[in-house]
Design a protein around this ligand. Structure first.
Ligand code: CDP
Length: 211
């Protein structure tokens, strides 16, 4: 069983994906970390975001086992990730790794932007998790505050809007809802409410797929 969770920044898709993976005993891949890792490396090495060959080289050399999820969650890395994620050569280098992860025996849970559309269009369960930009900005703001980062809510909302536009507007694997995905708008829901709603939708999709 492949579970594909897509949605915009700070929609809570990561939490849902992790909990579904635990619930069904499946391995989980947060694909955003791959783009974050490429973005972080580009920042670190002062690579120009227009230098597609250099960015593709970083993507090709990525080691899944060496990703430091905690460090990659820092605010500025998200912006860099969304820039490198718009580069088709970078996406091409990361494609097989994600497809292999999705199609491993027994199945997997993946979350990102293009899992249900590009990486695993054959996924039995597809959720598109979303919320208003304001609700998502507030969640991300609180996360960054807890990390000790100095940010303002207005700056976080700006960042979310900019990334929404870039992720949805790019020509290569844009953020778009798969036609057969179930939409979960969790704007008014807390973490527990969002989880219960996601589980109900996943169970419904499993039943429809005869699982
Ligand atoms: O949770 P948040 O959206 O802040 O970050 P993320 O899911 O870690 O994704 C960071 C960036 O990577 C996004 O803004 C996307 O541009 C990109 N991304 C992508 O293009 N495709 C994916 N499957 C996952 C992430």
């Amino acid at each position: 069983m492949i579970i594909a969770i897509d949605g915009p920044a700070a929609s809570g898709k990561g939490t849902i994906a992790r909990r579904l993976a635990t619930h069904y005993g499946l391995p989980h891949l947060d694909t955003g970390l791959l783009y974050r890792a490429v973005g972080a490396k580009a920042l670190e090495n002062n690579v120009d975001f227009d230098d597609t060959a250099a960015l593709a080289g970083i993507a090709a050399a990525l080691d899944l086992a060496a990703l430091d999820a905690e460090a990659l969650k820092a605010g500025p890395v998200g912006e860099a990730a969304s820039k490198v994620a718009a580069v088709p050569e970078v996406r091409a280098k990361l494609l097989k790794l994600q497809q292999d992860f999705a199609h491993q025996p027994g199945g997997a849970v993946l979350d990102g932007r293009d899992i249900g559309t590009v990486i695993a269009p054959d996924a039995e369960v597809k959720l598109f998790v979303t919320a208003t930009p304001e609700a998502r900005a507030e969640r991300r703001f609180n996360e960054l505050l807890k990390r000790g980062e100095e940010v303002t809510l207005a700056a976080v909302l700006d960042d979310i809007r900019r990334r929404d536009a870039r992720d949805s507007g790019r020509s290569s694997a844009p953020l778009v809802q798969a036609p057969d995905a179930q939409v979960l708008d969790n704007t008014g829901l807390d973490v527990e409410g969002s989880w219960q709603a996601a589980l109900a939708l996943a169970e419904r999709a499993r039943a429809a797929a005869g699982l």
